[in-house]
Design a protein around this ligand. Sequence first.
Ligand code: ADP
Ligand code: MN
Ligand code: MN
Ligand code: MN
Length: 341
Amino acid sequence: MVYIAEYIWIDGTEPTTKLRSKAQVIEDGKEPGIWGFDGSSTNQAAGDQSDVVLNPVLVTPDPLRKGDNKLVLCETLLTDMTPHPTNTRAKCAATAEKYGDLDTWFGLEQEYTFFEGIAPLGWPDNGFPAPQGGYYCGVGADEIFGRQVVNAHLEALIYAGIHVSGINAEVMPGQWEFQIGPVSAPAVADELWIARWLLYRIAEDFKGPKGMPISATLAPKPVAGDWNGAGCHTNFSTTEMRESYDACVAAAEALGADGKPELHISNYGAGVEDRLTGAHETQRYDQFSYGVSDRGASIRIPWQVEKAGKGYIEDRRPNANCDPYVTTQMIMDTVCSAAKS
Ligand code: ADP
Ligand code: MN
Ligand code: MN
Ligand code: MN
């Protein structure tokens, strides 16, 4: 007998990469192995040297095909087995290894927006729904759009063994969030990429009230104007932070050190300046601040952390469309190097 392995990888599209996948039929008893694809069709190679290698990094049960079928998240390699230039995982894994003794954990809050055709799901074709205010964690068909997809996605994540910690409806109608973690890097980012793929894939099977298929987008500011953008708040802790409040404050200080805010912002996802305006629960992209319970700060220290005198902090700046290998790598590099100095 055979099973189906859906190989998933991250392409080379700029400024924001895309997910790609294709299936391989494998004999029972054999593990998913090294494979390859045509990089000239994914912005990852020229036509005359088109082969890019797929190296499995996370294999999960397939919640859609079920049975013995699998999802296989891969990193991309050149044919000499070194990381492909678009492979951001390799650097993340190296930094995680370097600071392995600090045991950094991450919790990623992935926000996203459903669309039906050219409008967010549930929005009228012309004009706008009632202003923001009642939608966040709302209930009822006048406030909530896409819950069936969200529930199907949540069940799929659990089936696949992804460390999903929750879901919620967001401030803008049609906008949602799921959280992955706490898990260490690069595994947390592997899980987020599979969770993103499952979101897109599962939405394909649902239709909106206009009869069109539902799509999900990680666009950071899907609707201009007085509507919340979509982020990927990145919560993190080291062993020391989980034991000491001073270490949490030191981590926030390290992220604000000379040159660091600009460096981080420029790696936190395309269009981050459009989202970090200083309004809609954000700090401006060109300012840095941290504070307890402050959703208008770059870095928030949750109130429970202040009260307990230990825990984790939240970097609110990463965009929904960020690369979690890059954001977690940068945070480990900045915070762990400061903690060691
Ligand atoms: P918010 O109040 O910002 O909406 P959420 O509940 O959506 O917060 O997300 C918080 C995230 O922080 C979750 O993914 C959770 O797993 C993660 N988290 C909790 N404790 C830690 C920790 N010690 N280190 C890193 N992440 C953590
Ligand atoms: Mn959240
Ligand atoms: Mn949120
Ligand atoms: Mn948050």
